[in-house]
Design a protein around this ligand. Structure first.
Ligand SMILES: NS(=O)(=O)c1ccc(C(=O)N2CCCN(Cc3ccccc3)CC2)cc1
Ligand SMILES: [Zn+2]
Length: 262
């Protein structure tokens, strides 16, 4: 079994529906966010993040992205407020990016895509026993999406990009402890929110999306280090670089993306 999906012509987003029919479901992600078409909901409060006790464990190349995993056995790293009825616990974060000089965000804003997009994946540990169980429930996951725009060097992203050479090959993992993702947040927590799905197989429709409106700035040099990652394993002869690992926007199907009263 294992994943035989990817982002190429043969195995990319346009054929995922053959193995994962939910790809053509009615709450798929990502979407194109058109700010002036957003609905206002004054009852939506601010997002509250509490990442202070950082319990990152490792950084890994899973053949689709680079992922930093957290120890979610404690209840310390949480997101709450906004559209969320419960506190959710941080499980992992990962990135999506483009090729050299190409943009690679998943969500777009009025048709414009950013260079990259960071996803902080949280799960509803109040209602569900495990991440895997939550990942199949309509209110199981909350993913915080942050856009990355090219500009100045991001001083804290270097901690991640400096570790990427250790996880060059698919299937590689290395210790990565004590990283606090608070350092990757923009100055404003203003957000849009909508109900959607995982943007990779199995594409479960289990995600409350919270997309921050303000991007963070990273340098082209930092982004180029993500493209050094390989889709292929160490023992393989072929070396295929990991880039353009993003799904394009999906039909809204009548969904609204909402912003709190500005
Ligand atoms: N781009 S994203 O939408 O933010 C995103 C979020 C989370 C994942 C994620 O963690 N995985 C790996 C493992 C768990 N599966 C679910 C599962 C698979 C098999 C048995 C039960 C649940 C989901 C994919 C992927 C993508
Ligand atoms: Zn993602």
């Amino acid at each position: 079994t294992g994943d035989h999906w990817g982002y190429g012509i043969e195995d990319g987003p346009s054929v995922w529906h053959k193995t994962y029919p939910i790809a053509q479901g009615n709450r798929q992600s990502p979407i194109d966010i058109v700010p002036h078409q957003a609905s206002c909901d004054p009852s939506l409060g601010p997002i509250v993040l509490n990442y202070d006790h950082c319990t990152s464990m490792n950084i890994a190349n899973n053949g689709h992205s680079v992922i930093v995993e957290f120890d979610d056995t404690d209840d310390r790293v949480v997101i709450q407020g906004g559209p969320l009825d419960n506190p959710y616990k941080l499980k992992q974060f990962h990135f999506h990016w483009g090729g050299k000089g190409c943009h690679g965000s998943e969500h777009t804003v009025a048709g414009n895509s950013y260079a990259s997009e960071l996803h902080l994946v949280h799960w509803n540990a109040v209602k569900y026993g495990t991440f895997e169980e939550a990942a199949t429930a309509p209110d199981g996951l909350a993913v915080l999406g942050i856009f990355l725009e090219t500009g100045d060097d991001h001083r804290w992203l270097n901690m991640i990009t400096d570790a990427l050479y250790m996880v060059k090959f698919k299937g590689s993992v290395t210790d990565f402890e004590g990283f606090n993702p608070m350092c990757l947040l923009p100055s404003s927590l203003d957000y849009w929110t909508y109900l959607g799905s995982l943007t990779t197989p199995p594409l479960y429709e289990s995600v409350v999306w919270i997309i921050l409106r303000e991007p963070i700035m990273v340098s082209e040099k930092q982004l180029s280090k993500f493209r050094m990652l390989l889709l292929t394993e160490e023992e393989e002869d072929q070396r295929i670089h990991m880039e353009n690992n993003f799904r394009p926007p999906q039909p809204l199907n009548g969904r609204k993306f909402i912003l709190p009263e500005v």
